[in-house]
Design a protein around this ligand. Structure first.
Ligand code: HEC
Ligand code: HEC
Length: 212
């Protein structure tokens, strides 16, 4: 990746302008909402095991979390209206997100991103990085600890969850309107040609990295 390409990508995504905006939510209101909606009953259960495939949210970028909640909410709202692109759908999360206002979303995202991250499973520095991961490092960081607010941190994330996401994003790359697929233009290009074995190797590697 050349410096020029790096700058074009960063500037075109406006990534350097975002952090100020990203802190706009109210952490304590977010904590109260998380309690009310029992978000942790699903999301903290996943931290020690890789099944069920539920992501941990602690320490994730605020802007990324808020965007995902908006995507779940939008899918729920448009289910009966004929969805054109399945940006993100999940039967459990769409129900949770459908009840949230924009400020709820901002506050919840601020609450979870302000928490100290927790790595899922057992961390190991001995696992060789798959060659393919070189292509991911530019956005997600050398070991999955992405420094950019729009690119999620994937280090130490639940392995089953990572594998599932890569597969549903691959399905979305092939058919963006497929039910249960996940579509994101940038990621689509990254995953469209991956085999199942490559996806498993990537999910395994990133899940074993320290999130801190
Ligand atoms: C019944 C279980 C359940 C509850 C309750 C729940 N979630 Fe989720 N959540 C999930 C599952 C499962 C996924 C993964 C969906 C997928 O596979 O795409 C998810 C995904 C997410 C994501 C995407 C994370 C990422 O890394 O992309 C966010 C953000 C999120 N949930 C926030 C919340 C918030 C905030 C609440 C409370 C208002 C909540 N969830 C309540 C099960 C739950
Ligand atoms: C050009 C930047 C870029 C590259 C390169 C890239 N990604 Fe991503 N990735 C993103 C963005 C942006 C998202 C968030 C998509 C969204 O908003 O739904 C994402 C999302 C993800 C997610 C979902 C995380 C979650 O919490 O749900 C996984 C897993 C992932 N990428 C893995 C990879 C892997 C593995 C590679 C290398 C094969 C890779 N990415 C290459 C930009 C990139």
């Amino acid at each position: 990746m050349t410096i020029r390409l790096f700058l074009i990508t960063v500037l075109s995504f406006g990534l350097f302008n975002i952090p100020a905006m990203a802190q706009s939510g109210d952490v304590s209101k977010g904590a109260a909402l998380a309690e009310k909606f029992q978000c942790a009953s699903c999301h903290d259960r996943a931290t020690k095991r890789n099944f069920p495939p539920i992501p941990f949210l602690r320490g994730q970028h605020q802007r990324y979390l808020a965007k995902q909640l908006q995507a779940f909410r939008q899918d729920q709202a448009s289910l009966s209206g004929g969805l054109k692109v399945s940006e993100r759908y999940n039967h459990l999360m769409d129900v949770s997100a459908s009840k949230l206002t924009n400020s709820d979303i901002n506050n919840l995202a601020s609450h979870f991103s302000s928490q100290v991250c927790r790595s899922s499973g057992r961390i190991s520095s001995k696992i060789t990085r798959p060659k393919l991961a070189e292509a991911c490092a530019f956005c997600h960081g050398q070991k999955g600890r992405s420094p950019f607010v729009a690119y999620p941190k994937i280090a130490g994330q639940n392995m089953g969850y990572l594998i599932k996401q890569l597969k549903i994003m691959r399905a979305g790359a092939k058919n963006p309107s497929a039910k249960n697929a996940r579509f994101h233009r940038t990621m689509a290009a990254q995953v469209v040609a991956l085999t199942n074995a490559e996806i498993v190797a990537l999910g395994y590697y990133y899940s074993k990295q320290n999130c801190e």
